[in-house]
Structure formats: structure tokens, C-alpha cells
Design a protein around this ligand. Structure first.
Ligand code: COA
Length: 630
């Protein structure tokens, strides 16, 4: 996921220069937060030779020998001919001048300039455990508590009392937390933008609630600035429900599922009307959106999570809940009448972990909060947002429905709970659980396709100010040696274990290097964008087939750990690829695997099953090979 490089290369392998101009919105936060931010180091620019050497090593398992030789020559020329050195110096100059040399570029290249729909292609969903309620009251009560939990979290953001997070003993950048509430993406014809109202003089005090495709503004603060109680929110939600019983309304929100250029045109048509413009603005400004969903098609217990994943990712299609969303909204909580619940978030402002932190907080808060009846001051009726639907807008909605339904048909998602072990087994073998899972993924892919593929794993760069992500390339020389050996009966188990351990260690070393700002992918991107900004010709290393192969991530993966027993999910980043997200718990692992039905070669269920088998086989290999002999 995400922030993935799918966006960085068009068919020509070029990044459009237009992506280089728009700055990141600057927020006005002071005090404790700022002091913390200023104490963080700046993202370094890795040494040129280090990146070139590591790039070549990363290519070895995924390109042909003749391609590798060609790239080796190109890299030598790049380093010795002066071009590489000049670009490196340019990048270092940029790094000295800016808070973070990468973050503006990354926001634009990975998100705002990306023209595919945010639905399926960019926005991750989160599937929460199914709730017990089976009726409207249960749904309302749950939604009220959830909203109250979000407001409780928001208080920590507003007071700047959110505890600083750590990774590998280092404090992390907290910037993303300040970007996710009261914010929204806005479509543009070449590039989108993000608005964030949380730092304005009068920050919003409302959320938006959508039910039966009808949007409402719900004020969640009293006039003295205190948040509404759960009880009060519940009563307001009931009012919303009762005034949105008609099910024949135009699904205006479905417009947000279109590719960004089409949506940008439709957006301009939509907001020509003043009422529509005000309604859209109210959604954009709101703290979050809460989607009260109609029941989805029934699913067996076994299928439930996979069905919930598609509900979160796209709403199920125009017949179901896809119109019950505003997909540009940064955070949308989704609560179905049938007990389904989860989240979808627009990816541009933040990575998964801050969103999961918010969810963990809300889930904990909900365990504690009781529905205490408080003396009621009558609250005003939540305001329904009106839309004037002209024939042109109606036509745009119809086109959006058609395109969305094609996307819905195409997405195949399988969510599994791997029950045999969690982080406990790798830890007992003194292995990094994440590296263990990544090597299992390599094995699963190799077993299915008999080749290794370019693999993306997100690594956090939040040790640095305004840091986002870099790439851990999980397909390595060592992982390739291991996966080829694993099913070779001529090789002894002891040797397999040694190869497995080496691959796992190598992965963990790559991870450490990536989170410390020494991975190769963002550095290469920086060199490429420097060349484009300088209007010099693009160095050949970026027009090379090896580079295109390196960026064609058949496996796009991410660990998003949570305390809650949930799983994040996202679509593949290439037509013939898989999206794999996982939450390793202590004794089990939640996986979400996605693929496209239109690709004959991929199959999410088969990949999920092969992955389960790979994990079990790896455990068995370790447990059946006596330690003393290792
Ligand atoms: N022996 C025993 N235990 C070990 C071990 C070993 N050799 N190596 C690691 N562990 C332990 C760790 O101490 C940790 O313990 P905890 O459960 O008590 O916290 C646990 O195993 C997990 O460590 P590991 O599996 O190595 O992963 P990690 O937590 O360091 O995470 C990344 C690795 C890459 C996921 C993380 O660095 C990262 O970058 N996360 C952000 C990813 C992101 O942004 N994703 C979202 C994109 S939208």
C-alpha cells in the first residue's frame, strides 16, 4: 500500500514535471508538538554508491542475467560519468534547504497526481470484528459510542497530549495525526489537493453522517465546547435515521469513485450550484464521516470477513452501500445494520499506523463507556445536506455507477485468520516475526509461479521529520536461494534451515536500513525527480527495463499491526499482482489478500491458502530440525 510506486512511473517510465510544483499544506500547530517535531532528525540522502550497489543486488532475483549486465553498465556510467554525482549534489542541496527533501514530492507523486480512482486503487479499508447487534438500535448505540471515542481521541490531538510513538527505541514524527481529522481530498484536473480545517481559527465542530445516501451535519460539541455525550449522540442519530428513510435518493457520493480526472470535471459541474457547493464544503470540513450502512448480502461465518473487506473497500456496488460514502473524506467509519463495521481512509494524508492507533483507542474507549442517561437539553435537528441534481449531474452519477460496478466485479479479496501461530513462534526461534512472514510470502509466490517477483513492503520513515515510507524489497538474493531450496528434496533440512535463517536475517537488516533512511527506492526517485526538475535528460538507468521490472510490484505488502483483532486491506498495485496486508497478533495472524478477477494468473484465495501452507511448513521445518544439529 500504498504510497506505492505504482504512481511513479507512467507507461513511459517518466514522472510528469507538473507533479513538482505544489507544496504540502503547512499546519499551524505550536507548543509541545512543535518542540517534539523540531527534535527529530532530518531525512538523510544516502550515499550514491551505496544505493547503486544495493539496487543491483535487489535486481538480481527479479531480472534476467543479460538485463542485469546491462543495468550494471548503466550504473557504472551513471556513477563515473558525472551525472549521478551532479544529481546527488542537487538532492543534497534540496535536503539542506527543506524540512524533508522527500515529503512534498512523495505526496504529489504517490497520491495527488495519481489519476486512478481512490477506491480500490489507493484507499485502504479496515475490517473490525463483527458486532453483536442485529437491529437499528444496536447500530445507533454502537455508532454513538464510536463517535464519542473519536472525539475523545481528538481531545488528545487538540491538547497536543497524544503520546509520542517509538520504533526501534526512536521517537517518531507525529505529523500525520494532525492531518487526518477535519480534512478531505479535492479532485483537480491534473492534480488533486487536500484541505485540512483542523488548524483554522474556527475548527469544525461537526461530523457528517450518511444514511440511505443522504448526508447530514451533526454538531458534536455543545455551545460551551464540551463534546456531546454518547446518549446525546444516540438521540441525534435516531433523528437522522428517521428523516432518511426514503431509499430512492440519488447516490451523490458515488461520484467520488470515479477516476480523478472524470471526478474533477463532475465536481466542477456539481459545485456550480450554490447549495451543492455548501453541502460539499460541509462534508469536506467535517471531523469525520460516519456511514450508517444498509445490510449487505448475507455471508457464511467463514466468508464474513472477506465480504466485510469489500464493504469497507468499495461498499459493494451501486446496489449496496457504495453511494453511502464520500470517498475523498480522509476518515469514514462504517457501521452496518447487520453488525458489520470498519473504516475506509483516503491515503494521501497518512499511513495506516496512525489510523489504526485511532481505531485501537476508539475500541478501548467503547469498552469503558456506558450509556448513562444524562438530563437532556433539547438539541437542534441535525441539518440535512441538500443537493440539486441537474440532468448533467444525474448523467455523471449514472456513469460513475457503471464504472464502479465494473471495479467491484473485478476485485477479489480474501481475508483469513491464520490460526496456527502468531508472533510467538518466530520469536521463540529468535526470528523477527515480520521477516518470517515476508519470507513465507516469498515462498508462497515462488510455489505458485516458480519465479521471484518485485516485492514492496512499507517501511516507516517516521523516525525523521515529516517522514512517510520507503520500500523494503523482500525479494532478495538470500530469499531467492531459500525458496528455491525449500521444496528441493535433494537438500537436507539443516541446510534449508540455515538458508531460511539467512533470508530472515537479511530481511530484518534491510528493514533496519530502510527505517533509518538508507533504503534505495526513495533515493532513486529523488535522483530522478532532481533530473526532471533540472530539465536535464533523464538518465538511462530510469528508462531501463530493469527499473520498470523493479517497480512492477506483483506483491505489494504491508504490516499494519493493531491491538484490536482487525485487519487492514487494499487492492493490488499492478493488474497482475496481489495486495497483502497483515496484522500479526501474539497467537494468530490476520491476513487480507487481494487480486483482480480480470487477471487469469492471480487468485486471492489460492494465494491465501498457499501462504497458510508456507507458514505452517516453515514452522514445521524449524521444529522438525533438532536445534543441536544446527
Ligand atoms: N527474536 C525475538 N523477537 C524478535 C526478533 C528476534 N530476532 N526480532 C523482532 N522481535 C520482536 C520485536 O521485539 C517485536 O516485539 P513486540 O511484539 O514485543 O513489539 C516483534 O518481534 C515484532 O518485530 P518485527 O516482526 O521484527 O517487526 P517490527 O515491529 O519491527 O515491524 C516493520 C517491522 C517493517 C513493519 C516496521 O518497521 C514498519 O516500518 N512499520 C510501518 C509500516 C507501515 O507504515 N505500514 C503502513 C503502510 S500504509
Amino acid at each position: 500500500m500504498l504510497g506505492f510506486l505504482r504512481t511513479m512511473v507512467g507507461r513511459s517510465g517518466m514522472v510528469k514535471p507538473s507533479c513538482l510544483v505544489r507544496p504540502v499544506a503547512v499546519t499551524r500547530i505550536t507548543g509541545r508538538y512543535l518542540a517534539h517535531q523540531e527534535s527529530l532528525p532530518k531525512l538523510p540522502v544516502p550515499p550514491l554508491k551505496q544505493t547503486c550497489d544495493r539496487y543491483l543486488a535487489a535486481l538480481e532475483p527479479i531480472v534476467e542475467e543479460d538485463e542485469l549486465q546491462h543495468t550494471r553498465r548503466l550504473l557504472e556510467e551513471f556513477q563515473t560519468g558525472g551525472v549521478g554525482e551532479r544529481l546527488q549534489k542537487g538532492l543534497e542541496r534540496r535536503a539542506r534547504k527543506m524540512e524533508n527533501w522527500l515529503s512534498d514530492w512523495w505526496l504529489k507523486v504517490a497520491y495527488l497526481d495519481y489519476r486512478m480512482p481512490v477506491v480500490v486503487h489507493s484507499s485502504p479499508g479496515v475490517v473490525l470484528p463483527r458486532m453483536e447487534f442485529h437491529d437499528r438500535q444496536g447500530q445507533m448505540r454502537f455508532a454513538a459510542k464510536m463517535i464519542s471515542g473519536v472525539l475523545n481521541f481528538k481531545t488528545m490531538i487538540d491538547n497536543e497530549t497524544l503520546p509520542v510513538e517509538h520504533l526501534g527505541g526512536q521517537a517518531l514524527c507525529m505529523h500525520q495525526y494532525y492531518q487526518v481529522l477535519s480534512s478531505c481530498r479535492i479532485p483537480g484536473t491534473k492534480s488533486d489537493s487536500i484541505v485540512n480545517y483542523s488548524q483554522g481559527r474556527r475548527p469544525p465542530s461537526h461530523i457528517t453522517v450518511v444514511h440511505n445516501f443522504q448526508f447530514f451535519v451533526l454538531d458534536v460539541y455543545n455551545s460551551d465546547g464540551t463534546p456531546l455525550t454518547v446518549d446525546q449522540i444516540y438521540i441525534q442519530l435516531e433523528k437522522i435515521w428517521n428523516s432518511s428513510l426514503q431509499t430512492n435518493k440519488e447516490p451523490i457520493g458515488i461520484l467520488t469513485t470515479q477516476d480523478r480526472n472524470t471526478w474533477a470535471k463532475a465536481y466542477n459541474t456539481l459545485i456550480k450550484d450554490r447549495t451543492n457547493k455548501e453541502s460539499v464544503r460541509a462534508i469536506q470540513k467535517s471531523i469525520i464521516t460516519v456511514c450508517l450502512d444498509a445490510p449487505m448480502p448475507r455471508a457464511s461465518e467463514e466468508q464474513y470477513r472477506s465480504r466485510a473487506a469489500v464493504q469497507m473497500l468499495h461498499g459493494g456496488g451501486s446496489r449496496w452501500n457504495s453511494g453511502n460514502r464520500w470517498f475523498d473524506k480522509t476518515i469514514q467509519f462504517i457501521i452496518g445494520e447487520d453488525g458489520s463495521c470498519g473504516v475506509i481512509y483516503e491515503h494521501a494524508p497518512a499511513e495506516g499506523p496512525p489510523i489504526i492507533k485511532l481505531i485501537d483507542h476508539v475500541v478501548e474507549y467503547m469498552k469503558q463507556s456506558e450509556m448513562v442517561r444524562t438530563p437532556m437539553v433539547p438539541l437542534p435537528m441535525p441539518r440535512k445536506l441538500r443537493f440539486n441534481i441537474t440532468p448533467e449531474i444525474k448523467n455523471d452519477i449514472e456513469k460513475a455507477k457503471q464504472n464502479l460496478n465494473i471495479m467491484v466485479q473485478d476485485l477479489d479479496v480474501r481475508v483469513i485468520v491464520f490460526p496456527h501461530f502468531g508472533k510467538n513462534v518466530p520469536k521463540s526461534h529468535k526470528m523477527s516475526p515480520d521477516a518470517f512472514i515476508q519470507i513465507a510470502l516469498q515462498l508462497a509466490y515462488y510455489r505458485m509461479y516458480k519465479v521471484c517477483c518485485a516485492t514492496y513492503e512499507s517501511a516507516s520513515l517516521r523516525m525523521f521529520r515529516l517522514g512517510r515510507t520507503d520500500t523494503i524489497r523482500s525479494a532478495s538474493i538470500d530469499s531467492a536461494k531459500f525458496v528455491k531450496a525449500m521444496d528441493n528434496s535433494a537438500i537436507q533440512n539443516m541446510e534449508k534451515v540455515a538458508l531460511f535463517e539467512k533470508a530472515v536475517k537479511g530481511h530484518r537488516t534491510y528493514t533496519d536500513m530502510a527505517i533509518r533512511g538508507q533504503a534505495i527506492d526513495r533515493h532513486l526517485l529523488g535522483l530522478k525527480l532532481t533530473a526532471i526538475e533540472d530539465l536535464t535528460s533523464l538518465p538511462e538507468i530510469f528508462m531501463d527495463t530493469s527499473y520498470a521490472k523493479a517497480l512492477h510490484y506483483n506483491l505489494s505488502t504491508s504490516q499494519v499491526p493493531a491491538k484490536t483483532d482487525c485487519v487492514m486491506c487494499f487492492g493490488p498495485v499492478v493488474p497482475d499482482g496481489y495486495g497483502v496486508c497483515y496484522n500479526p497478533m501474539d497467537e494468530h495472524i490476520n491476513f487480507a489478500v487481494s487480486a483482480f478477477n480480470s487477471c487469469e494468473d492471480t487468485n486471492a484465495s489460492r494465494m491465501a491458502q498457499t501462504l497458510e501452507e508456507a507458514l505452517v511448513d516453515l514452522r514445521d521445518l524449524l521444529e522438525q530440525t533438532p536445534k543441536a544439529k544446527l
